[in-house]
Write a protein that binds this ligand. Structure first.
Ligand SMILES: Nc1ncnc2c1ncn2[C@@H]1O[C@H](COP(=O)(O)OP(=O)(O)OP(=O)(O)O)[C@@H](O)[C@H]1O
Ligand SMILES: [Mg+2]
Length: 233
């Protein structure tokens, strides 16, 4: 256990976290669609690449090419890092559940260790969750995945969809329990209903003295910007 903090790539969010996420932890990044989960995950990976830290970005949603293009819209050219193997993009096929889960358990932990990967992203763990047949498989599958990643020492971001009826909890209702930290992204309608405001809250973060305040953020051409000095309401 170390007290190392890992920058998220978002200065305002690092400030809310008291310097970044604790190294080696697994953080669930929860929010409804379009709240910027993929963007923030790419920003987290990009911040690592700028410091020479190896990353692996595992997508169950978008192809490698789509991920490269997605990053590029924010000005992050990840292609050279893929070429020199600082970054690995993996597209998992949700249609092939058995082989996907098999690959994650058999190949990923060794890959992280052998290549000294520092940052891992799963986008999204909600889709991964759906690959399991039963609740008990899902629980033990997610638990095993977390254990493997924690053993490897990498810091991980798991994106998760929220429950459509309750945007404070994840769709599978599990990831917030297996993760060490939970960051929640929200849409709020402004009081006159004419606009929406995005807000971020740190629900939990083990071993960190973090802010519990809700802060506004924007998605810009340069990625996510959290306004840690501003109030939402
Ligand atoms: N250059 C940009 N400037 C401002 N906003 C942008 C820009 N690019 C994308 N966005 C906004 O970011 C949103 C997409 O963010 P992102 O894909 O990270 O969300 P997500 O939470 O991963 O969504 P999903 O649940 O669908 O995967 C878009 O819907 C759009 O509103
Ligand atoms: Mg996404």
């Amino acid at each position: 256990m170390t007290d190392e903090r890992v920058t998220t790539g978002v200065a305002g969010l690092d400030e809310m976290l008291g310097g970044g996420v604790p190294g080696g932890q697994i953080i669930a990044l929860m929010g409804s669609c379009g709240t910027g989960k993929t963007t923030l995950s790419l920003q987290f990976i990009w911040a690592g690449l700028q410091k020479g830290e190896k990353g692996i970005f595992i997508s169950l949603e978008e192809s490698e090419e789509a991920t490269i293009n997605n990053a590029r819209t924010y000005g992050w050219d990840i292609q050279p890092y893929i070429a020199d193997k600082t970054l690995t993009l993996v597209k998992l096929e949700p249609s092939d559940a058995k082989s996907t889960i098999g690959r994650i358990n058999s190949e990923l932990p060794a890959y992280i260790k052998n290549n000294q990967v520092k940052r891992v992203v799963f986008d999204s763990v909600s889709l991964l969750s759906m690959l399991f047949d039963t609740d008990s498989d899902r629980r033990s599958g997610l638990f095993d995945l977390c254990k493997h990643i924690k053993d490897s020492g990498a810091t991980a971001l798991f994106t998760a969809e929220v429950n459509s009826e309750n945007p404070n909890v994840s769709r599978d209702g599990l990831v917030e329990y297996v993760a060490d930290g939970v960051i929640l992204l929200r849409y709020n309608e402004t009081s006159d209903g004419s606009d929406i405001q995005l807000s971020v809250r740190i629900v939990k973060m083990r071993r960190a003295n973090h802010s519990r305040r809700i802060k506004p953020y924007n998605i810009t051409n340069n990625g996510i910007e959290v306004h840690s000095k501003a109030e939402v309401f």
